[in-house]
Ligand binder design. Structure first.
Ligand code: ADP
Ligand code: ZN
Ligand code: ZN
Length: 734
């Protein structure tokens, strides 16, 4: 091959930070060997940045002579596999977002920052053969003698020995360092050891019931397919995943399992770990950067055969991936709600298509999108009718709040039922989707209510800290002693949140443990584990909390579920609110009657005759979904039409509105595009910024994309006193 002296030999296309829809070109020096999927340090304006190589090619005539060179190639091996590179490129194009963040999504924070791609575990300390057999008393120094004795005893117990472990046993670095010089001890950095998936069981699989067996049989072992596995909580979906996984592992392929944000508890992990001998890694937001780094490298190297993770784990490079499972596929935590607003379930499906492998979507309450696809025959659809343990469905009834005396939001009738169940030695679960003590602070004389000065929202009273708190911007203030409008001191909390419910329940049932689950009482996985452990202890107890309680946890002793308030979802302007409310109602109801005991569910409402509740009271999610789908079809909403949401915010309302008006005009000039708005957002002011939204709809996805693309190119997301963003397939219209 001949090269002209004018052009550099090779060019690397590298995704770099900035508002670039694609990678930029850099010149490859003779001694550099970048490969697609590796990271490079490159110059960008006056900075040095970490970029991802997306391609390497011979220079063409279009390439400028003045291209900058790569400063340093950070990885000799590609860190991202071809399928992940392709997936990231698709993410950037589909969500109409910059390229670099899409590639960066695939990496843990350490690697995004440009750190070396290696395990940062502490080094292991290993005795040499001489160290194993030397009698410590032959050493002179007392400290070294003790250190060797300790190391030998650890060696016998075959515990992996690290400096931290020794320190915990009173042996400092200074004491064992000398042993290395004497060649009695070696330091070894941890290494990645790829392993072949086996599918060998640690624990015997259960015998599937007929529904489960049919579902497993219907799922192809290879080739692209999407299976929607629908079944109430406890119907045995997880057992089907486990057996499908085993099939895949036995074929020497790896498995990726996605779970919702809060779903990745030690309980869940245990269940997967107990079944298989193959090694498993978890990837979730509760881990430290270091832990994530190591788990990610283990997944990439093929050391783990099972990768269990939350949202962003969908972009983990995994060699020989053979199956993807998305548990609770309807869960809103799969959608990232800021910057790059991607949906992990949709990425999972795209990735399965790229790799030509099956993907299973499981849920008790499938999203309308998935249900529609299944009913149209695009997805396989298996339903688990029976509860795996032979349990009957919970009975559901309403309590008409218009005819009930109630205190702290709990009606006399519900209270009576709670007492009955506790007396029977059972547990009760009370659901209330509002944290804090009371959603407002209210003047009994003139009706004044405490508003956030920066948002179009009420402040929530938190009694424990005696603070008024804004759940939207974090603003805090002391509760007013005197009404700012009429001067009255007759001020009181209005409405009930979980904190208030807990307080009232403690007063009513002083001898019963009250276990609260909400963001204030459960901040992380460890808190959650602690509260769950309390809930699993013997004896009567009341669990009270928000939707955190609705998600997949097993409460064997709960026989009564009380839904204190769910009315808000009935009248929301967000068309998704009702879908979510129905899903939540079914999910929460599913918490009762898991053991041998029959469950009951009672719903407090001011609208007992609302047609929306009818199928839900019969625990008939499919009929409920059919109703909603008919509604969506009439209005051209997803899954029948395609939707994007443009949101703007500014301290100056006119500017925020003006921008969207301009965009609306441009969009309307395109064929097949409808717009709604701009309108003030449902939360019209947040943190001092006025917020507007513009909904864009089309019956054709490609039209929607091609209409939106020029807007993204023409309007910077950050302008003076104004920001805006685009949300493709929005799930939240707030
Ligand atoms: P889901 O994932 O749908 O909530 P699980 O798979 O967790 O359901 O099953 C619920 C309970 O029933 C678990 O305790 C599980 O061990 C048990 N189970 C599942 N399948 C079977 C089966 N075929 N035979 C007996 N018990 C089963
Ligand atoms: Zn007043
Ligand atoms: Zn606020």
């Amino acid at each position: 091959m001949t090269t002209t002296s004018k052009h550099p030999l090779r060019i690397a296309d590298i995704a770099v930070p900035g508002p670039f829809a694609g990678p930029l070109s850099y010149r490859v020096e003779a001694d550099q060997a970048p490969v697609p999927g590796s990271r490079c340090l490159v110059p960008l304006r006056s900075r040095q940045v970490v970029g991802v190589v997306t391609g390497v090619r011979p220079a063409g005539t279009d390439d400028s002579d003045t291209l900058k060179s790569i400063i340093q190639v950070l990885d000799e091996q590609p860190l991202l596999s071809p399928d992940v590179l392709q997936l990231a490129r698709w993410v950037s194009r589909y969500y109409l977002y910059d390229a670099h963040p899409a590639y960066m999504l695939a990496f843990p924070a350490t690697l995004r920052a440009g750190e070396a791609a290696e395990l940062n575990d502490e080094p292991r300390l290993e005795l040499t053969v001489a160290g194993e057999h030397l009698d410590p008393y032959q050493l002179k120094g007392q400290r070294q003698r003790e250190a060797l004795a300790e190391l030998q005893s650890l060696h016998k117990s075959s515990l992996a020995c690290t400096p931290a472990l020794l320190r915990a046993r009173g042996v400092e670095r200074a004491h064992w360092k000398g042993l290395i010089d004497k060649r009695l001890l070696k330091q070894r950095t941890a290494e990645l050891k790829p392993a072949t998936p086996e599918g060998a069981l640690r624990q015997e699989a259960l015998t599937l019931n007929s529904d489960q067996a049919a579902a497993l049989k219907a799922l192809p072992t290879e080739g692209f397919s999407v299976q929607l596995l629908e079944g109430v909580t406890g119907s045995g979906k997880t057992e089907v995943y486990l057996q499908a996984m085993q099939r895949t592992l036995a074929r020497r392929k790896r498995v990726l399992v996605l779970v919702p944000e809060i779903g990745l508890t030690p309980q869940t992990l245990d269940r997967f770990q107990q079944r298989f001998q193959d090694s498993l890694v978890a990837l979730h937001s509760g881990m430290t950067d270091k832990q994530r780094n190591n788990a990610w490298l283990r997944a990439r190297a093929g050391e783990a055969s099972i990768i269990l993770g939350t949202r962003s784990a969908v972009l983990t490079p995994i060699p020989d991936l053979g199956l993807i499972v998305v548990d609770e596929e309807h869960d809103a935590s799969y959608k990232q709600q800021d910057t790059l607003r991607y949906h992990a379930r949709d990425l999972a499906i795209y990735r399965a298509r790229l790799l030509n492998i099956p993907v299973v979507l499981g849920s008790a309450t499938p999203s309308l999108e998935s249900l529609h696809n299944a009913r149209q025959g695009r997805y396989l659809h298996q339903i688990l009718q029976q509860r795996a343990s032979g349990q009957h469905r919970a009975r559901l009834e309403t309590i008409d709040m218009r005819q009930q005396k109630h205190e702290h939001g709990v009606s006399e009738r519900l209270l009576h039922r709670v007492r009955e169940h506790l007396n029977g030695g059972n547990q009760v679960l009370l659901f209330l989707n509002r944290r804090g003590y009371a959603p407002s602070w209210f003047c009994r004389q003139c009706g004044w209510m405490s508003d956030c000065p920066f948002c179009d929202a009420r402040l929530t009273y938190h009694r424990g800290r005696h603070q008024m708190l804004c759940h939207h911007c974090g603003h805090q203030e002391r509760p007013q002693q005197q009404c700012p409008d009429c001067g009255s001191t007759d001020l009181t909390p209005l409405g009930a949140g979980t904190e208030r419910a807990e307080e009232a329940l403690t007063a009513w049932f002083p001898d019963t443990p009250i276990i609260r689950f909400d963001r204030d009482s459960v901040a992380n996985a460890r808190d959650l584990e602690q509260q769950l452990a309390r809930a699993h202890a013997d004896g009567p107890a009341i669990l009270v909390g928000t939707q955190m309680l609705a998600k997949g946890h097993h409460f064997e002793r709960v026989t009564l579920v009380g839904i204190i308030d769910m009315d808000a979802g009935l009248f929301s302007a967000d068309f998704r609110a009702r879908e979510r409310m129905g899903q939540l109602l079914v999910q929460v109801s599913g918490r009762s009657g898991r053991g041998e005991r029959a469950g009951e569910v009672v719903l407090q409402t001011y609208h007992p005759d609302h047609p929306f509740f009818t199928p839900l009271l019969m625990q008939d999610y499919p009929t409920f979904a059919t109703q909603l789908l008919a509604e969506r079809q009439r209005s051209g909403l997803p899954p029948y039409g395609f939707l994007a949401c443009l949101r703007s915010d500014s301290a100056y309302p006119q500017r925020a509105e003006q921008l969207l008006k301009e965009m609306a005009t441009r969009l309307l000039a395109e064929a097949g595009i409808r717009v709604f708005g701009p309108l003030p957002a449902l939360l019209s002011r947040r943190a001092g910024k006025h917020r507007f939204t513009l909904l864009v709809q089309s019956d054709h996805r490609s039209r929607l994309h091609s209409a939106l693309q020029p807007l993204v190119a023409d309007y910077p997301r950050q302008q003076r006193h104004l920001t805006w963003h685009l949300d493709i397939d929005p799930i939240d219209l707030m």
